[in-house]
Design a protein. Structure first.
Length: 302
């Protein structure tokens, strides 16, 4: 769940072309696409967000592991995505809660500083966002690999905390990824439902410059949103994005520091009982992974 230190971010208007395309999809696939209600978004510290990686002291930080999935154990099948590299970033880490000091360290996001990472949100029954994101990321990885893509995970529950948001961005950059998707779930108010895709704003400052990826990331995000509707039957968010399922933000280091096309996907609201019932259903999670994979493939082949 991407977060803003305590103040809800300013929501920017979607490009008219993208909004029209998503609105049409919504009308044909799902009823009830709602109006924007940013005030209902829960973005406070209790529902931490996607980012970050502190530079913890050597005594508490193990040697940095290689990104998961960088070297598949078996040859990839030939398919429509052969030769393409996709980086999947599972939001948060299941053990971040045990390392609150480390993940609270500040890192540079180009336009300022933010926490290395946060714990993420959870359903009322205790199903953690970090567990959800790993499960969906594994499913997404398998679908993409079956189509021939080289897939790299920023982490795979293989480290005590993190990685920090700057390292997550660096993994995609160093892999020269054709697309990067950060998987999340939101923690908003009851009654706020649906998914949304977060796109990078035009940001330039410090080590951040998104000028070369804004357009391509918007294309990637719109394709994922459209296919997510088709695969899951879920409507775009009724509280963010004005019914388009798209939101642009300039306060997330994972996007600000990216030099390759990248988006965040908030698959639903874990704090709403109806959305939580979907997010905890393995069958729905498979549909979510398929929708994201279809959107990524459409972008890469487009």
């Amino acid at each position: 769940m991407p977060y803003d230190d305590s103040v809800p971010p300013t929501r920017r208007a979607r490009p008219l072309l993208v909004a029209a395309a998503l609105a049409a999809l919504c009308l044909t696939a799902v009823a009830g696409c709602g109006a924007q209600d940013p005030a209902g978004t829960d973005t406070g510290a209790a529902k931490p967000g996607p980012e970050a990686e502190a530079t913890a002291s050597p005594s508490t930080t193990p040697a940095e592991p290689r990104p998961s999935g960088a070297t598949p154990t078996a040859p990839l099948p030939q398919g429509p995505l052969t030769g393409r590299t996709v980086v999947i970033d599972p939001g948060h880490n299941p053990r971040n809660r045990e390392h609150t000091e480390e993940i609270s360290r500040q890192v540079d996001i180009g336009t300022g500083r933010k926490e290395c990472d946060t714990t993420g949100t959870a359903t009322d029954a205790g199903y953690a966002e970090a567990r959800f994101t790993l499960d969906v990321s594994h499913r997404l990885r398998d679908v993409l690999r079956a189509q021939g893509a080289r897939v790299v995970l920023t982490h795979d529950d293989d480290r005590p905390f993190g990685p920090c948001i700057d390292e997550r961005a660096r993994t995609g950059n160093e892999a020269e990824a054709d697309a990067v998707v950060s998987v999340h779930a939101d923690g908003s108010a009851v009654g706020n439902r649906g998914f949304h895709v977060i796109l990078p704003a035009a940001v330039k400052g410090g080590g951040a410059d998104t000028s070369k990826i804004v357009k391509s990331s918007a294309d990637l995000g719109a394709r994922i949103a459209g296919h997510f509707v088709k695969a899951t039957g879920s409507a775009p968010s009724n509280y963010i994005g004005g019914g388009t399922g798209l939101d642009t933000r300039g306060d997330l280091g994972g996007l600000n520091l990216s030099t390759v096309p990248k988006v965040f996907v908030e698959c639903g609201n874990m704090r709403d009982p109806e959305d939580a019932a979907l997010l905890t259903d393995p069958g729905w999670r498979q549909k979510a992974a398929q929708g994201m994979a279809d959107g990524i493939a459409a972008y890469l082949k487009g």
